[in-house]
Design a protein around this ligand. Sequence first.
Ligand code: AMP
Ligand code: MG
Length: 307
Amino acid sequence: MGTAIRVEVWDADADAGRAAITAVMDEMRRIDELMSPYKPASELSRINREAGKQAVKISSEQFDLIVRSLELSKLTHGAFDITFSSVGYLYDYRKRQEPTDAQIAGALPGINYRHLILDRRAGTIRFARQGVRIDLGGIAKGHAVDRGIEILKKRGVKEAIVTAGGDSRVLGDRRGRPWQVGVRDPRDSKGMVAVIPLINAAISTSGDYERYFERNGRRVHHIINPKTGKSSTGVRSVTIIGPDATTTDGMSTSVFVMGVAEGMKLVDSMSGIDAIIIDDLGKMRFSKNLQQITPGDARKPVGASKP
Ligand code: AMP
Ligand code: MG
């Protein structure tokens, strides 16, 4: 996944705890083999090679995550769109490469989630036109974290945290107190702007500092506005708190693209979802529910519910 995985488990039986962690790491690897856009042998790469020509039969897991992505596209009026990759693949942040305006203009018609044709009964995906690519990078880590938590639950683990990059989910509490998850300062890799107490909840942060380079004072980063094919502007980071990591991961990328006004409006309309947005001036904004928690008060955990 090109990202750090962290699993912490509390178990009275140390061997059982260690075995549970190994099972979660194996699951992460399995999902990466299935959904990585960088591995030519992954099912996702096969979709990108073949679905422009014919319907491709895929696993129900990949199918379902694509369906989730399409639901998010509709909810966010296209801010979340896995076909962003039709242009997005032209960026290489490590090599400081970005497409020219002409290249973007040529590839941009490939971005539109409506180009994806899914056949539930046949279990296939097809692209309505050539030049379409998909990438689940905005939601797959959340899915992997949720799968990890499911594995731990099945093994009887009651207290754990699973983190993949900016996406975490906690199971239960940590020795009778909430788990504490920090929200990074987007302009200081060692700094923290908030610490969120969590019980049975998920939290995801999308930031313009994850994969980026700077050119002529411009930050070219990995979250793409599907309308322009360029890095989304107006926000430095978005943190979403919710019931599961697939939701928080998908929503953090979505709200990043939607921006402060539209994004916060959507969050405030959804029950069980909260947000902290840091805008392009560094100002922090909290969704309605979080405003009721006085800053610095870490006693009231967010998302306390039965697993
Ligand atoms: P996250 O850190 O969860 O916000 O995910 C960022 C990743 O989401 C990027 O590296 C891309 O793989 C993917 N992505 C970028 N722009 C979009 C978009 N507009 N819709 C869906 N996924 C995107
Ligand atoms: Mg995301």
